[in-house]
Design a protein around this ligand. Structure first.
Ligand code: TYC
Length: 101
């Protein structure tokens, strides 16, 4: 077998390669209440209240902050879930994903 001989085939490399990962970020705005952002981080990103507060304050001060790192489909679902939840509460909160280098 190629693995035992030390030769790794292209097919094996494709199987072993980790999937590309994406950061999901929240962006600051002047209108979304701080406690709503904390609730988003708890409900959608499974953060504790303390973790969520640290991330929310980072976004508030720096303009953006990482909520988590996921495979592409999971990241896209998080972004869509945040958009739907924020809009359903009439908040302008923005959430984006970007590839991890
Ligand atoms: N800047 C907002 C305020 O002062 C709070 C906020 C934090 C909004 C993080 C969005 O992603 C955000 N109410």
């Amino acid at each position: 077998m190629a693995q035992q001989s030390g030769i790794v085939t292209e097919a094996q490399k494709a199987k072993l390669a980790p999937p590309p990962m994406y950061q999901v970020l929240l962006l600051n705005d002047d209108y979304t209440p701080m406690d709503f952002v904390v609730s988003v981080l708890q409900k959608i990103f499974s953060k504790t209240e303390e973790e969520a507060t640290v991330i929310m304050l980072k976004v508030h001060h720096d303009g953006k902050g990482v909520c988590g790192v996921y495979t592409r489909d999971i990241a896209a679902t998080k972004v869509a879930t945040v958009a739907q939840y924020a809009r359903s509460h009439q908040h302008p909160l923005q959430c984006v994903m970007e590839p991890v280098d």
